[in-house]
Design a protein around this ligand. Structure first.
Ligand code: UGA
Length: 430
């Protein structure tokens, strides 16, 4: 099995490192946040990700996975070094590549023999060239190396499953030399492997995420037409999705996409396209539809309640999607901010994201259960489609509310059932 290092223990790095160890590789995960390293060394997991804790525990115990604060130690250990550091957006929508650059310099300074340096962080096309140039410059020992682009397609909330059973593995190279090793690293995962040049690999990532966002904005635009025409968006999505060329996935109308990937990647892709001489108006419209979808939902709440000021509103769901505690760019946060601006009193519940939300929300009441968030509320707003919300006892929910009004931003309930139970129920596109 291979000796690997993963630099950066965020979502991508930690899950990737743990899953590499799970299939038998020997992995050192490196982070410059020494508190995080100490936490991981003590058996703690800094993020909520189903299945991750067991895998980490098992592989640490088996001696295949360890944590370090030193890039040099990671590089000494490894035949292949994976860069998994953040690539945050800059105010103009372009990508801040300074973490990638800094880590690359440190790796270059520590290389002694032939080493494969893999970029897994999401980067604009042509970053690989810069990484190679940087290594050449700072690699004082003149050791041999290859740069590989190997984008990650894991989703938060099912990252372990996505990594263990990927749809595809993309390997971008500029020579044949690293291909055998890269294939050996991924062989245990039993997925189709695409070997291509570095710019194509980099593009596959941005193009895939942008296409998925486009699908979401398309169905959200259709939801507006459904509302205006009396059609039902669920039936439209079902009817479209049965066409194998289209597929039902990512055609769920709702509050729009959020999270740390789609918003950032769209901006980045538009920006790099512009630098390459293409005005990607299509993707700008995808962004605009996404923003309008949220504003339309807030307006529905305002129209329903007439006056929002001083009203108590329960909010269910804070994370940007279910099965994660991540609240970054969460539509729920934007809905809450808009309602707070109008003077509403907000009481919230989320199955996993309460701690992360506490760090960013102020002036809201954090409740222990969904029923508590609904208690005394003039309206209940659903922002995230956690499956446990679908199991709520709706009679009980209605009995604790001041007014039985539910505004569902994720279409998790059946409108006929809600009506039968006496709710005023407003959802998206139906
Ligand atoms: C996304 C991609 O799906 C991954 O393949 C990719 O690796 C990842 O970005 C990344 O670049 O790292 P993620 O951001 O974890 O993964 O979440 P998704 O499951 O894609 O959902 C994104 C957003 O779209 C969520 O806010 C979700 O609620 C929304 N969404 C998704 C919809 O509004 N409708 C849908 O039908 C599907």
């Amino acid at each position: 099995m291979a000796k690997l290092s993963v630099i950066g223990t965020g979502y991508v790095g930690l899950v990737t490192g743990a899953c590499f160890a799970e299939v038998g590789h020997h992995v050192v995960c490196v982070d410059n946040d020494l508190k995080k390293v100490a936490m991981l060394q003590a058996g703690g997991i800094p993020i909520y990700e189903p299945g991750l804790e067991e895998i980490v525990r098992r592989n640490v115990a088996a001696g295949r996975l360890r944590f370090s604060g030193e890039i040099a130690e990671g590089v000494r250990h490894a035949e292949v070094v994976f860069i998994c550091v953040p690539t945050p957006p800059r105010p103009d929508g372009s990508v801040d590549l300074s973490f990638v650059e800094r880590v690359t310099r440190e790796i270059a300074g520590a290389i002694r023999g032939y080493c494969i340096v893999v970029d897994k962080s999401t980067v604009p096309v042509k970053t690989g060239e810069k990484v190679a140039e940087t290594i050449r410059r700072y690699n004082k020992n003149g050791a041999d190396f290859d740069v590989v682009s190997n984008p990650e397609f894991l989703r938060e909330g099912c990252a372990v499953r996505d990594l263990m059973k990927p749809d595809r593995i993309v390997i971008g190279v500029s020579s044949d030399r690293p291909v055998g090793m890269m294939k050996a690293v991924y062989e245990p995962f039993d997925a189709p492997i695409i070997v291509t040049d570095i710019p194509s690999a980099e593009l596959i990532k941005h193009a895939s995420n942008s296409f998925l966002a486009l699908k979401i904005s398309y169905i959200n635009a259709l939801s507006v037409i459904c509302e205006a025409s009396g059609a039902n968006i669920e039936d439209v999505a079902h009817g479209m999705g049965l066409d194998k060329r289209i597929g039902r996935a990512f055609l769920n109308a709702g509050l729009g996409y959020g999270g740390s990937c789609f918003p950032k990647d769209l901006s980045a892709f538009i920006h790099i396209a512009e630098q390459l001489g293409f005005d990607f108006k299509l993707l700008k419209e995808v962004q605009a539809i996404n923003a309008r979808q949220l504003q339309r939902f807030v307006k529905k709440i305002q129209d329903t309640l007439w006056i929002v000021k001083d009203k108590t509103i329960g909010v269910l769901g804070l994370s940007f999607k279910p099965d994660t505690d991540d609240v970054r760019h969460s539509p729920a946060m934007d809905v809450i901010a808009a309602l707070q601006k109008e003077g509403a009193k907000i009481q919230v519940f989320d199955p996993k994201a309460m701690d992360k939300a506490r760090e960013v929300l102020s002036g809201v009441t954090f409740c222990a259960t969904a029923y508590e968030a609904a208690t005394g509320a003039e309206a209940l707003v659903i922002c995230t489609d956690w499956s446990e919300f679908r199991q709520l006892d709706l009679e009980k929910l209605r009995s604790v509310m001041t007014q039985p009004i539910v505004l569902d931003g994720r279409n998790i309930f059946d409108p006929a059932t809600m009506k039968r139970l006496g709710f005023e129920y407003i959802s998206i596109g139906r």
